[in-house]
Write a protein that binds this ligand. Structure first.
Ligand SMILES: [Mg+2]
Length: 318
């Protein structure tokens, strides 16, 4: 089975697994698994958050570890234009102390915020703290990564780079700004936005978990198109300029490379313009910004000052 993902070692591994599974798998490559259910679809996704890989315990309160892990999983449902129903939590930890209750308290807040409930889970002892969230939702009109066409506008919700700004500060031994920390510790799955876009003629959408520079390659691969993005158009999180200076990077580059903002990356028809973006903002309570165009010419082009840039998580073709 061919999985239409962009370049990268991780995605080469996913392609190899899919090839080995062959006809023992189906529908791989989107943010959600899609199951026909009456007139609509059940949507399922799973996501793992591992201590020292996705977070350090010194950075976050236990409730924030739970919130963040659950929201990361719900973000895939947002991409699929599904309304969440429930979550199963598989929690592994070296100890069975009070922190586990506090982690699940954070999961509970995220689940309630998304209109769902905790439906079950599993507790196990293991070498590091890890939380796997499996989420289920329902979509009358599910969305995936294919369906975008050359000429479609590439749009992104919210702002980019906030979570990365917090990571840069922590890794430099500093305390992140309040807004950067909030972006990392308290992301919000764009559920309403995902549903709104699906009912306003979005052709394809996915969530940005690995950073725009990498995820753009997956959207283009899913749509069978190329993509051109003008980095000056990116909606940059307010915490980015300060952190970018610390990292010696252009703010646009940090915003494009930074992952875990959990915003939506969307292909919308050329007729979607400023009036529609204003309606989106009024009805969903967050901005949506056009950053580029899907192209007939294959490959992903990221332009800064008119020059093609090669960014992390992104193989440059042009
Ligand atoms: Mg995703």
């Amino acid at each position: 089975m061919q999985v239409l993902l962009g370049p990268g070692t991780e995605f080469d591994r996913i392609r190899a697994i899919a090839a080995r599974l062959g006809d023992r798998a189906s529908g791989l490559g989107d943010d959600c698994a899609t199951i026909p259910d009456g007139p609509g679809f059940l949507m399922v996704s799973t996501d793992t958050s591992v201590e020292e890989v996705h977070f350090k315990r010194t950075w976050l309160e236990p409730e924030e570890i739970g919130w963040r892990a659950a929201m990361a999983a719900f973000s895939d449902l947002a991409a699929g234009a599904a309304r969440p129903i429930g979550l199963l939590a598989a929690l592994t930890s070296p100890d069975h102390g009070e922190d586990l209750v506090r982690i699940m308290d954070g999961v509970g807040d995220a689940v309630r915020g998304c209109g769902a409930v905790v439906m079950g889970g599993n507790l196990s002892r293991g070498p590091v703290l890890s939380l796997t969230s499996t989420v289920i939702g329902r979509a009358p009109r599910p969305m995936g990564r294919s369906g975008g066409m050359p000429g479609d506008g590439i749009w992104v919700t919210g702002s980019l780079g906030g979570a990365r700004a917090a990571l840069v500060a922590w890794n430099a031994g500093r305390i992140p700004s309040r807004s950067a920390r909030e972006a990392f510790a308290r992301p919000v799955a764009r559920i309403e936005a995902g549903v709104w876009l699906a009912t306003h003629r979005a052709h394809a959408q996915m969530d940005i978990s690995d950073g725009l520079a990498g995820d753009l390659g997956h959207l283009a691969a899913g749509c069978g198109t190329g993509a051109t993005v003008v980095l000056e158009n990116l909606p940059i999180h307010t915490a980015v300029p300060g952190s970018a200076e610390l990292a010696g990077q252009a703010p646009e580059v940090m915003a494009a490379e930074g992952g875990e903002d959990f915003e939506l990356l969307v292909a919308l028809p050329p007729t979607f313009g400023s009036p529609e973006a204003d309606r989106f903002r009024a009805e969903c309570g967050l901005p949506i910004t056009r950053i580029g165009t899907l192209t007939t010419e294959p490959g992903v082009r990221l332009l800064l000052d008119g020059h093609p840039m090669t960014l992390r998580g992104h193989d440059h073709f042009g």
